[in-house]
Design a protein around this ligand. Structure first.
Ligand SMILES: [Zn+2]
Length: 191
């Protein structure tokens, strides 16, 4: 098979050389209400890969990126979160064409944060990608939370753009008595 990025023959979806090119460039963003959102990759570096999200190989690409992010995170934070019983909640964690985007990510972080798979779902079937801030503000995702209350949790998503999804998700979780510590996303695509 061919490497997705350089098209050279490879035994993996992304060859070792290209894999090394995808660097971790950690960023922190103070989002709405001073809520912290941390990300791992430069948007430009992985924009091409993120375009595969709705294709059959998307789940494998997401797994590679999430795994890289996890290894970095694990190394950086070492034992900070160990035995603290913190859960992970993926934003809109449901299957959209083949797999759940945030589900793949929280699965890779499962050794640090306990995944609550499929617990936070949008009931409004809209996509924000390529839409204006105005559109995003006018069309809420109407999340419902089906997980446990009275827990500490970290929110996960693939991309933060305006931050409105994370804001809305966090508000729903707070109403459900979930203590949301911060959010982790693969990348920050600030507009
Ligand atoms: Zn390659």
């Amino acid at each position: 098979m061919k490497c997705l990025i350089c098209q050279n023959l490879a035994f993996k979806l992304i060859c070792n050389d290209c894999d090394k090119q995808i660097k971790i460039t950690p960023k922190a963003r103070k989002s709405f209400d001073n809520f912290m959102v941390y990300s791992f990759f430069d948007y430009q570096d992985i924009e091409y890969l993120l375009k595969s999200k709705y294709s059959l190989i998307g789940s494998r690409i997401y797994k590679i990126l999430a795994r890289k992010a996890f290894l970095y995170f694990k190394n950086e934070i070492s034992d900070t979160f160990k035995n603290l019983n913190i859960h992970s909640i993926g934003i809109d964690d449901k299957v959209k064409k083949y797999y759940s985007h945030s589900g793949v990510i929280i699965n890779e972080f499962r050794h640090i944060f306990k995944p609550l798979f499929g617990s936070l779902i949008s009931t409004n079937n809209i996509h924000y990608a390529g839409q204006s801030l105005q559109y995003r503000q006018n069309n809420k995702k109407d999340f419902i939370y089906k997980g446990r209350s009275g827990i500490d949790a970290v929110l996960f998503d693939d991309v933060i753009t305006t931050g409105l999804s994370i804001k809305e998700a966090r508000e729903v979780l707070i109403k459900n008595k979930v203590n949301v510590l911060f959010a982790l996303t693969l990348t920050d695509a600030r507009m």
